[in-house]
Design a protein around this ligand. Structure first.
Ligand code: BES
Ligand code: MN
Ligand code: ZN
Length: 485
């Protein structure tokens, strides 16, 4: 889909030639929309056909004096980007099934339309028209929407255009993340992820290096390989570098959990919903998506993605509860629960990150069910001892409409990871499980400026709309761009 900022001519919104005109009505009082639309809107509200309530829409055809054959009214509670995103999401549901190829979008904000508004529009349209087809040839035909024009004044044009460009890059990153994560584990293997990274390297100026089992063994990644050893599927450790700043500039490093299927291993998970553990590479997918968005925007930063990727399966070769392994850091880990595998692959990646002399490291992982219990599906869990880094990430999440929430990392939580047989145990008791997981990782990030995002509740949706969300690509991209500025 293509997006542009469009300043209408003398006839205003009503004169715009598009297949559909979406009019976002903002606020409680009947807003000042341009003339031929105002009458229709006024009577629709008076007759009760269009209620000023979230999610409500009204589609009218053949309005006199309006060039676009369809007009879709949709409502936003206020003039914020967040409300606009919801309004457009409701509106796009009305036109995506029809023949609309070119959509024009008018927002009656009553104030200035800015970059954040434009970005929110792109997010809503991209999200609303996304359709997974890779392994479902019978999926309904994709929406025909090819072009979306955001109507704006001359004065707003530059900001809207900039917001659209940023939104488009993020949307493409989000889509890449969703496409990877939605693919089943028999398609999206560690090698598949490595291939996706290589593809990105071809399209953008990325350098990609892929370490196999032997390479990782040579380095001494005993924790990563302990998880990988139960599966026939070859593990991959992906290093993808984007250089947008001077060579000597310290890079930002993103580390993504790339478990392409998490059965739990010998500590096997119950059968119901186990299929959803194909999404356990959502962190890895978000790293690829962010690299894509950042490279597309040509941000002046150095960014490196690290993706440890393997399957977690039970077999005669699997790691067993009680096994002690030696991590890349040289420290030993007692694996009390083989289902706490994410932290095992991440700790070696964090140690690897040290050699990159990074300015900051953020790991992204579908790490704990406990985080889902704590925060549900709206906000990702953010863990960091670095207040400035945490504040930057939280602010990026708010700007990107991809929010996170800071969780505690007091040292008292660390006590439960003591082991009689190794330097550290990989699990504590159930209580505070998201925090103790973060504390485990923190032990391997002592020499780094580090934060951890637990996206177990936000990376995918369950139920009828089961599927990957592409989060937190938007948060990460905003954060990286802000570091470049
Ligand atoms: N990938 C899971 C976390 C998860 C669970 C994400 C449910 C989304 C929904 C992770 O590897 C895991 O199994 N964690 C265990 C940790 C426990 C054994 C300490 C968990 O959360 O149960
Ligand atoms: Mn697990
Ligand atoms: Zn897992």
């Amino acid at each position: 889909m293509d997006f542009n900022a469009l300043t209408p001519g003398k006839a205003g919104w009503a004169g715009v030639a598009a297949d559909a005109l979406m009019v976002v009505v903002v606020g409680e009082t009947v807003p000042a929309v341009p003339a031929p639309l105002a009458a229709a809107l006024g009577s629709a509200i008076a007759d009760g056909d269009f209620a000023l309530k979230e999610g409500r829409t009204l589609t009218l055809r053949g309005l006199a004096g309006v060039k676009a054959p369809r007009v879709v009214f949709t409502w936003a509670a206020d003039a914020s980007a967040k409300a606009l995103r919801k309004a457009v999401a409701a509106g796009v549901a009305q036109i995506k099934v029809g023949g609309t190829k070119h959509l024009a979008l008018g927002v009656a904000v009553g104030g200035e339309l800015g970059a954040a508004h434009a970005e929110a529009v792109v997010a809503a349209l991209a999200d609303g028209t996304y359709l997974y087809r890779a392994t479902k040839p019978s999926a309904s035909a994709p929406p025909r929407l090819l072009q979306a024009s955001v109507l704006c004044s001359k004065a707003e044009h530059a900001a809207v255009a900039a917001g659209l460009a940023r939104g488009r890059a993020i949307a493409a990153g989000v889509e890449l993340a969703r496409e990877c994560a939605n693919r089943p584990a028999n398609v999206c293997t560690p090698s598949y992820l490595a291939e996706q990274a290589r593809k990105l390297a071809k399209s953008y100026a990325l350098k990609v290096e892929v370490l196999d089992r032997k390479d990782c063994a040579k380095l001494g990644m005993g924790a990563f390989l302990a998880v990988a050893q139960g599966s026939e599927e070859p593990p991959r450790f992906i290093v993808a570098r984007y250089q947008g700043a001077a060579k000597g500039t310290a890079p930002l490093v993103l580390v993504g959990k790339g478990i392409t299927f998490d059965s739990g291993g010998i500590s096997i998970k119950p059968a119901p919903e186990m299929d959803e553990m194909k999404f356990d590479m959502g962190g890895a997918a978000s790293v690829l998506g962010t690299l894509r968005a950042v490279a597309e925007l040509g941000a002046k930063v150095n960014l490196i993605g690290l993706i440890p990727s393997c399957e977690n399966l039970p077999s005669g070769r699997s790691v067993k509860p009680g096994d002690v392994v030696t991590s890349l850091s040289g420290r030993t880990i007692e694996i009390l629960n083989t289902d706490a595998e994410g932290r095992l692959i991440l700790c070696d990646a964090l140690t690897y990150a040290e050699r990159l002399k990074p300015a900051a490291v953020v790991d992204i992982a579908t790490l704990t069910g406990a985080c889902v219990i704590a925060l549900g599906h709206h906000r990702s869990g953010l863990f960091s001892a670095d207040d400035a880094l945490a504040a930057d990430l939280l602010a990026a999440g708010e700007r990107a409409l991809d929010p996170a929430w800071r969780m505690p990392v007091d040292d008292e939580y660390d006590e439960v990871l003591k082991s009689n047989f190794a330097d550290v145990a990989n699990v504590g008791p159930r209580a505070g499980g998201a925090i103790t997981a973060a504390k485990f990782l923190q032990r391997f990030a002592k020499d780094l400026r580090w934060a951890h995002l637990d996206i177990a509740g936000t990376a995918w949706r369950s139920g009828k709309d089961k599927g990957a969300t592409g989060r937190p690509v938007a948060l990460l991209t905003h954060w990286v761009l802000a570091q470049a500025a």
